[in-house]
Design a protein around this ligand. Structure first.
Ligand code: ATP
Length: 574
């Protein structure tokens, strides 16, 4: 496929707000592609050149891309900089500066060239990357260049979720079409690799069904539901096992028997953030495994659990020995998904836990998640109190017979964070889609933001709250502009459903955690409109808690979850 054709498809997708129409558009485009180009197309549709777990990133800063553009357009860097400050988008600058010409790139060529740029390392790499990008730009039409630059700088956000892409793949590649979607979804949940799943889909359903876990490809994580009371949890699970809910960062550790890789909740490679945890195991001989744990910062002297905020202190570019010592981590392991060639995810929790207890290599840096069998609300409450006193956030209650349901929020795990007097049973993780300018002390800055939940069925974001309370001065002065300015756009993003009109719109990307007192119904918000009609769900007295950098927009709280919360809080839904 020519790159121009691909760009035209991207344009159409970007302008489409209906999920059904997007699936049809993508399926048509995928069916048109030669089989060998489908994996590259799937990646580029997500604005990527390789899956996130590979750690392969283009790594081109805007300033470097701007210099490449200056070379390709034969203008000074100053000219590019000036235009950039006027237009705010390097892609648009390219469209203006490059001479009109037809362009002759193919999709495969662009993907291969961008991968080669990503692989440039060592002395002089920056110069070579720039030169290679300038070379591509010289061969591109202005329209192609606009998209090339957005991909190169990691700012192409077409707004298509994985679920929509999977559905399009099913429609385009499998004879059974949409009905075969669960098979594709499972293969994706086990490997997090859309390009690989696309390749398998071309071989047919049987190839997809044969997918096994692979050390080196993250399993999409199983998530927990929430219920408000110990009684409700016992009603749902009966006798079960409760574990401490540690308040740290979830990690998935893969080992092939000698080398370790750690993946974040979003399936990104984050091994470099945990050298101390891995050092503790490096010397221990062990079998290949995949396990999950919560990494928590502990007090260097007492070993007590410290709050999540302390994990953030370690998220710096260069972890120095002093930082590692000041914020030592401990990994609390709670699941074993694979051991020595055997996939364990279909086994009941009871057996996985027993296998984990027998397997876990001992080390002062690692421990089993504290767990206790629970048969009554009183026992659950007593264990909850103990957990909170030990510095945990609450409990995760697990059905004895539950398999590990990759990529799903499941009723087999239920989180409990304690009694909820005067506030909602849990915080919500919401996506910022717009903002209003502040007044008075907040003048000239974003003063409040418009927040949305994710509707996975429709692959769109529906608003639930306007939020101004809880931001610190530093958030308002620095963090909000730094996070949001690059995401600004003039018109509402097509996949945002809003009734309010903020001063500024943003691409949905930034997630923040919000505590509220309760849920109500409001004509100003659109969350749950599909189910509820004109008055969507809204938050009362929302308050900012923290940014959730480890979550992307598709990991935000979903419409189904707020509907369940509303039901649990007795809000009339009719
Ligand atoms: P929250 O915002 O409440 O931390 P979340 O949206 O990040 O939740 P959920 O799946 O809803 O994720 O809640 C379970 C989370 O709790 C897991 O993602 C994991 O990070 C953390 N956790 C801590 N201890 C455990 C445990 N023993 N078993 C499972 N998950 C645990």
């Amino acid at each position: 496929m020519t790159f121009l054709r691909f760009v035209r498809i991207l344009r159409q997708v970007e302008a489409t707000s209906s999920r059904r129409a997007t699936v049809a558009l993508l399926a048509e485009a995928l069916a048109e592609l030669p089989p060998a180009e489908i994996p590259a197309a799937v990646l580029l549709l997500q604005g990527r050149i390789a899956p996130p777990f590979t750690g392969i990133e283009l790594g081109l800063a805007e300033i470097e891309a701007a210099r490449a553009l200056a070379t390709a357009a034969q203008v000074s860097e100053e000219t590019v900089r000036q235009q950039l400050s006027q237009l705010g988008d390097l892609g648009q600058v390219a469209e203006q500066l490059l001479p009109p010409r037809p362009g002759g790139l193919t999709l495969a060529e662009v993907h291969t060239a961008l991968l080669a740029i990503a692989h440039e390392h060592g002395a002089g790499a920056a110069g070579r990357k720039r030169a290679a990008l300038a070379d591509l730009l010289r061969r591109a039409s202005p329209e192609e260049a606009r998209y090339l630059l957005r991909i190169a700088t990691g700012t192409l956000r077409v707004g298509v979720g994985d679920a929509t892409l999977l559905e399009a793949l099913a429609c385009a590649l499998l004879p059974a079409g949409r009905t075969a979607l669960p098979v594709l979804e499972r293969a994706y949940a086990l490997t997090s690799d859309l390009a690989y799943v696309a390749t398998l889909a071309q071989q047919g359903e049987a190839a997809l069904r044969d997918v096994r876990l692979q050390v080196g490809k993250p399993v999409r994580m199983m998530l927990a539901e929430r219920l408000p009371t110990p009684e409700a949890i016992l009603d749902r699970l009966g006798s079960h096992q409760a574990e401490y809910k540690y308040d740290g960062e979830r990690i998935q550790v893969h080992s092939d028997g000698s080398q370790f890789v750690i993946y974040s909740r979003r399936g990104e490679r984050v091994t470099h953030q945990f050298p101390d945890l891995l050092a503790a195991w490096q010397a221990t001989p062990h079998l290949p495994f995949i396990l999950e744990a919560e990494a928590v910062v502990v007090d260097p002297d007492s070993g007590a659990l410290l709050p999540f905020q302390r994990v953030l202190n370690r998220r710096v570019k260069h972890l120095t020995p002093a930082l590692l010592e000041a914020h030592p981590l401990k990994g609390f392991v709670f699941d074993l998904l694979h051991l020595a060639g055997e996939d364990l995810i279909t086994l009941p929790y009871r057996e996985r836990r027993a296998r984990l207890e027998a397997f876990l290599p001992s080390s002062p840096r690692w421990a089993l998640a504290a767990a206790r069998p629970v048969a009554s609300p009183e026992e659950l409450t007593a264990f909850f109190t103990e957990a909170v006193q030990a510095g945990a956030e609450g409990l995760v209650c697990k059905a004895w017979e539950g398999p590990y349901t990759a990529g799903e929020r499941s009723t087999l795990w239920i989180k409990y964070k304690g009694p909820t007097a005067g506030r909602l049973a849990d915080t919500l993780d919401l996506v910022i889609v717009g903002a209003w300018w502040g007044r008075g002390r907040r003048g000239g800055r974003y003063g409040s933001v418009l927040l949305a939940v994710y509707n996975a069925q429709e692959d769109r974001f529906e608003t639930i709250s306007r939020l101004g309370a809880g931001f610190s001065d530093e958030d308002l002065r620095q963090r909000l502009p730094a996070l949001l300015d690059p995401l600004r756009r003039q018109d509402p993003p097509p996949r945002v459903l809003a009734a309010l009109q903020p001063d500024v719109w943003f691409e949905p990307a930034i997630v923040c955690e919000v505590q509220a007192q309760e849920l109500t119904r409001s004509p100003l918000h659109t969350a749950g409109r599909g189910q509820l009609g004109e008055r969507g769900l809204a938050l009362r007295f929302p308050r900012f808690v923290r940014f959730r950098e480890e979550k992307g927009p598709y990991e935000a709280t979903t419409v189904e979850e707020v509907l369940a919360l509303a039901q649990a809080s007795g809000i009339p839904l009719q």
